[in-house]
Design a protein around this ligand. Sequence first.
Ligand SMILES: [Zn+2]
Length: 59
Amino acid sequence: MNCPSCSSNHIAKNGSLGNGKPKFKYNSCGRQFVENPKKQPISEATKQLIDKLLLEKSL
Ligand SMILES: [Zn+2]
């Protein structure tokens, strides 16, 4: 994941938000960011549910 402003990919953990989510920053320019929750992998149970729903839809 490269920095949108300086293209660096050297990141460091930089504390956390109030809800316990880790906060990161780019070493070179100091730009801070948090992980996008929408990009986290979905759980196996959720995947199976989606597969089931898709299967029912296609029948
Ligand atoms: Zn940067």
